[in-house]
Write a protein that binds this ligand. Structure first.
Ligand SMILES: Nc1ncnc2c1ncn2[C@@H]1O[C@H](COP(=O)(O)OP(=O)(O)O)[C@@H](O)[C@H]1O
Ligand SMILES: N[C@@H](CCOP(=O)(O)O)C(=O)O
Length: 345
């Protein structure tokens, strides 16, 4: 990411500790490839404290969803935090980093985006917030190379975004009150990088028009609460047909989910997770779970299913001085997993 030196007004006040909780995201929502995204009630945490040359940099991993994450200075959170410091003209080469994630890695639920947004937000807060949320959005988009996941994690709710390679713009929508999400998480990983390399570099005009029109219809349907249109609007010709070969069972689930209680079904981000949307007032939740579990079992794929809610908020942060009585609390004591009732849209 090309950095310009950001002139801060005088030396920044470096805080003693910042903890940030960031929501997961489901990107694309079908036709909105690299454009539409929705934050979900699943979270990761980033905890930063300045360290010293003697103590060096440490990376502590909490929970069972961060297995395999780098614990040295190649860690994504460390790398992104250093980019913030460099841009602000601040030197903080050594950090104590603690990470927790309830977002399965490399499954299409925006774990990398949550790490990028968490690192940007926490690093910015650690040095006195020299950057605006829009500046953080630009940095996040340049780092992830698409604005959908990072926009959803940064702004919360549903976002419609566009990036021309230089400037990213996004509009946030409040999710429809009745919307619920069933995520179907296969046991295998699928890196976003791999799922992007499989995509064609060219599309027919017919398929391009199909996606532009369905993405527009989907955005308007979500903005106006027309959940009845989702089955039609959530179709895609740009990426899902080419990624289906990487996710056994996907074709059948996307084709038939609406006949088994769902409003519609799509690949979550670059997969392999599948996303089924439901209407809390009318969808047959049990039938939805039975249908997807049977469909994936027929392909010999073991899955975890989880009901989530659209999450309306972006990152939440706690900034602490070392003399604060709460200073030594564990990160998820400072920012616990919110109860579903807290989902106030
Ligand atoms: N909490 C985290 N801290 C550091 N790195 C992370 C974290 N979460 C994800 N990552 C990085 O992001 C990679 C997964 O990114 P990606 O393939 O885009 O999958 P996803 O669909 O989860 O975004 C992980 O292999 C890891 O390198
Ligand atoms: N638009 C991207 C979204 C990737 O989302 P992720 O959660 O899989 O990282 C794509 O489809 O490649």
């Amino acid at each position: 990411m090309k950095l310009e030196q950001h002139q801060t007004q005088g030396a920044p006040t470096v805080k003693d500790r910042v903890v940030v909780r960031v929501p997961a995201s489901t990107a694309n929502l079908g036709p909105g490839f690299d454009s539409l995204g929705m934050a979900l009630s699943l979270f990761s945490w980033v905890d930063l404290r300045p360290s010293t040359p003697e103590e060096g940099t440490t990376v502590t991993l909490l929970g069972d969803q961060v297995e395999g994450v780098a614990t040295d200075k190649t860690n994504l959170v460390y790398v992104v935090a250093q980019e913030v410091f460099a841009r602000a003209g601040v030197k903080l080469p050594e950090l104590h980093i603690t990470l927790r994630s309830d977002i399965p890695l490399t499954r299409g639920l925006g774990s990398s985006a949550s790490a990028i947004v968490g690192a940007l937000f926490a690093a910015n807060e650690l040095i006195g917030s020299p950057f605006t949320v829009d500046e953080l959005f630009q940095m996040a988009t340049a780092e992830e190379n698409h604005p959908d996941n990072v926009g959803a994690s940064l702004f919360g709710g549903i976002i419609a975004a566009a990036w021309d390679g230089t400037r990213a713009e996004a509009v946030r929508l409040n999710p429809p009150e009745a919307l619920e999400a069933l995520v179907v998480i296969p046991e295998f990983e699928l890196s976003t990088k791999k799922a992007r390399t499989i995509l064609p570099q060219q599309l027919s005009l017919k398929d391009a028009v199909f996606n532009v029109s369905h993405s527009s219809l989907l955005t308007a349907a979500l903005a106006t609460g027309r959940l009845d249109l989702l089955r039609h609007a959530m179709r895609d010709k740009l990426h899902q047909p080419y990624r289906a070969s990487l996710v056994p069972g996907m074709d059948a689930i996307l084709r038939d989910a609406a006949d088994h209680g769902a409003l519609g079904a799509v690949l979550s981000g670059a997969g392999p997770t599948l996303l089924l949307l439901a209407d809390s007032g009318s969808s047959d939740r049990e039938e939805m779970v039975r249908f997807v579990t049977d469909a994936m079992a027929a392909e010999g794929i073991s899955v975890t299913t989880q009901w989530l809610l659209p999450w309306p908020h972006g990152p939440e942060a706690v900034v602490l001085d070392s003399d604060d009585p709460k200073f030594e609390l564990e990160l998820s004591e400072l920012l616990p997993v919110p109860a579903a009732a807290e989902v106030v849209r």
